[in-house]
Design a binder for this molecule. Structure first.
Ligand SMILES: Nc1ncnc2c1ncn2[C@@H]1O[C@H](COP(=O)(O)OP(=O)(O)OP(=O)(O)O)[C@@H](O)[C@H]1O
Ligand SMILES: [Mg+2]
Length: 491
C-alpha cells in the first residue's frame, strides 16, 4: 500500500492548500454575500475530498539536539503494537543484548484502532537536498511520525488517543529497559560506564538480574499482600505526594535474623517495580561529603539499599568499649556470614549518624523522581530512633523464622507440592522450633535429578528434630545451672 491513505491525504492536502491560496488572492473580486456562499461550499468541498487531520511528531524538538519524548514513546508503542501488521520492518541488534529489535520501516503505513476509531501512522524521513557536512541533524534530515485520522474524531484523538499512546509507550520503555545494579564497593563488578555519576565513576554498574519475586518470597501471605499494595500505591502516587507536599520517597526498614529473606525481598521489590538498585556500602564511603555525592548521583526509579546498617556505621549511642566487648563475643561465632558482618563492623565508615540523616533528608528534598531507601539489620533494637522514625523509614517490616505458611511457599517453589502427608508433622515442628527460611530452603533443595519430595521433606523433618533436641538440651542445661546457683546460695 505505497499509495497509502496517509500519503494520499498528504497529496490532497497539498492540492487544497494551493486552492486556498488562490481563493485568498481573488476573494476581494467577489461581493460579500457571494464570498460567504463560496466559503461555505469550499469548506464542504474540503471536508468531502479531505476529511482527515494530520499531526506530525518530529524526532528532535526545540534546540534540535534533544530527542523528543513524544517521538520515543510513539516509536515504542508502534514497535510493540504494530510490527505484526507492517510488511516492511527494520531490525536492530543492540551491543549489550542479543535480541533483535524490530521497528516499522520508513514510509510504511500501519493502522491502529482506539475505541472503535481507526487511525493511520507513518514513519518518514526528510531527505536532505543540500550536500553539506554537519555534525548535528539538519532540519531537513529529521525523521518524524505522522498520525492521520478523520476530522470528526479530532477531539477524541487529541484529548484521549495521543495521551494513551504516550502512556503506553512510556510503560513499554520501563518494562523493556535493562535494569542495573550499582555499587560503590571497590571492584564491585564495574562495567566502567559509571551509573548516574558522570566522570567520577563513583558507582559501578552491572545488569540487575535477580529472579526473586514476591510470589516466591516465603512469608506470611497477608503481610506480603500489604507490602505489595504499599509499593504499588507508592509507585503510582506522584500526584498524591505533590498534593500533600511530600517528596516522592519511601523508606523501608527490613529487620530479622540472618537468612530470613531481607536481601531477597529487596530483589523482589526491584523486580515488582522495575526499579534499579543502588547498593550503598557505607564502609567504603570516606566521609559525609562523599556520601552526599553518591546519593545525589542516584537516578529516579531506584532502590537505595544500605545492608546491615548497624554494622556499617555507629548508629548506637553505645560507647566504644561496649562495642569491643561485643566484638569478642561475636568472635566465638564461626558462621562465615557473621564473620563478614564482623569485618564490616571493624571497618566502620567515617560517615556519622548525623551525616547520614542530613544526607537522606537532603536527598528527599533535592532529587526529583521516585526513590525508595531500604535499610536492613539483624538487630533493630540497636538502631538510633532518629534513624528509623516514620517519615524516614515509613514501613518497618519484620522477617522472621519460617512459619508454616512460609514453608508452604518454599515447598511449592522447591518441590512443586501444595500438600503432603508429612506437612502436618512439619507444621507441628515449625511451631515448636526456630529455623530460618534459608535453612528450610536448603533442606528442600533438590540435590540430584531423581530425588522425590518425600526424601526432601524427611530431610527437613530430621533437621527440625535436631534443632528441637538442641533446644531441649539447652533448656535443661539452663535449668541445671539455675538449680546449682540456688544450691550455692543456700550453702
Ligand atoms: N523468605 C524467604 N523466601 C524465599 N527464600 C528465602 C527466604 N529467606 C531466605 N531465603 C533463601 O535463603 C537465601 C538467603 O536469604 P537472604 O540473603 O535474603 O537472607 P537475609 O535475611 O538477607 O540474611 P542476612 O541477614 O544474613 O543478610 C536466599 O538466597 C533465598 O534463597
Ligand atoms: Mg541480606
Amino acid at each position: 500500500m505505497a499509495e497509502s491513505l496517509a500519503a494520499m491525504a498528504a497529496q490532497t492536502g497539498t492540492a487544497l492548500a494551493g486552492l486556498t491560496v488562490m481563493f485568498a488572492m481573488f476573494q476581494n473580486y467577489f461581493p460579500c454575500e457571494l464570498r460567504n456562499i463560496i466559503m461555505e461550499c469550499y469548506e464542504k468541498l474540503v471536508n468531502f475530498v479531505y476529511p482527515y487531520i494530520q499531526i506530525t511528531f518530529p524526532e528532535f524538538q526545540g534546540d534540535g539536539f534533544r530527542r523528543s519524548k513524544a517521538y520515543s514513546a510513539i516509536e515504542r508503542y508502534l514497535n510493540s503494537n504494530s510490527t505484526k501488521q507492517a510488511k516492511r520492518l527494520q531490525a536492530y541488534v543492540f551491543d549489550d543484548c542479543d535480541a533483535v529489535v524490530l521497528s516499522v520501516a520508513n514510509n510504511e503505513e500501519v493502522t491502529d484502532e482506539f475505541k472503535g476509531i481507526k487511525v493511520w501512522w507513518t514513519s518518514s524521513e526528510h531527505s536532505p537536498n543540500k550536500q553539506s557536512i554537519s555534525f548535528w541533524p539538519r532540519e531537513d534530515e529529521k525523521k518524524y511520525f505522522r498520525l492521520t485520522f478523520y476530522r470528526k474524531y479530532r477531539h477524541r484523538i487529541t484529548a484521549e488517543y495521543i495521551k494513551h499512546v504516550m502512556e503506553e509507550g512510556k510503560a513499554i520503555t520501563v518494562q523493556e529497559r535493562r535494569r542495573k545494579l550499582c555499587t560503590n564497593k571497590a571492584g564491585g563488578g564495574a562495567s566502567g560506564t559509571g551509573c548516574g555519576s558522570r566522570g567520577g565513576g563513583i558507582w559501578s554498574e552491572v545488569v540487575f538480574e535477580h529472579p526473586a519475586t514476591f510470589a516466591t518470597l516465603a512469608m506470611d501471605p497477608i503481610r506480603k499482600e500489604q507490602i505489595v499494595k504499599d509499593l504499588m500505591y507508592f509507585s503510582k502516587s506522584e500526584d498524591y505526594y505533590k498534593n500533600v507536599g511530600k517528596a516522592w520517597k519511601r523508606g523501608y526498614l527490613l529487620y530479622g535474623p540472618p537468612g530470613t529473606g531481607k536481601s531477597t525481598m529487596i530483589a523482589a521489590m526491584a523486580n515488582l517495580l522495575q526499579y534499579d538498585v543502588f547498593d550503598l556500602e557505607l564502609t567504603a564511603v570516606e566521609n559525609n561529603t562523599e556520601l552526599r555525592k553518591l546519593l545525589i548521583n542516584t537516578t529516579s526509579k531506584s532502590i537505595i539499599v544500605i545492608e546491615d546498617i548497624d554494622c556499617s556505621i555507629d548508629v548506637t549511642a553505645k560507647r566504644d568499649d561496649e562495642d569491643e566487648e561485643e566484638d569478642e563475643e561475636d568472635a566465638e561465632q564461626k558462621n562465615s556470614v557473621n564473620e563478614e558482618k564482623k569485618k564490616k563492623k571493624k571497618k566502620r565508615s567515617k560517615v556519622t549518624l548525623s551525616g547520614l540523616l542530613n544526607t537522606i533528608d537532603g536527598l528527599w528534598s533535592a532529587c526529583p523522581g521516585e526513590r525508595i531507601i531500604v535499610f536492613t539489620t539483624n538487630h533493630v533494637e540497636k538502631l538510633d530512633k532518629a534513624l528509623i522514625r516514620r517519615g524516614r523509614m515509613d514501613e518497618h517490616i519484620e522477617l522472621s523464622y519460617c512459619g508454616f505458611e512460609a514453608f508452604k511457599i518454599l515447598a511449592k517453589n522447591y518441590l512443586e507440592v501444595d500438600s503432603h502427608e508429612l506437612f502436618a508433622k512439619i507444621r507441628q515442628l515449625l511451631n515448636e522450633t526456630e529455623m530460618s527460611p534459608a535453612d528450610v530452603a536448603d533442606k528442600l533443595m533438590r540435590k540430584s535429578d531423581g530425588e522425590d519430595a518425600d526424601g526432601n521433606l524427611m530431610r527437613l523433618i530430621k533437621a527440625l528434630e535436631e534443632v528441637q533436641e538442641k533446644k531441649k538440651a539447652a533448656k535443661l542445661e539452663e535449668k541445671e545451672k539455675i538449680r546449682e546457683m540456688r544450691v550455692a546460695i543456700k550453702l
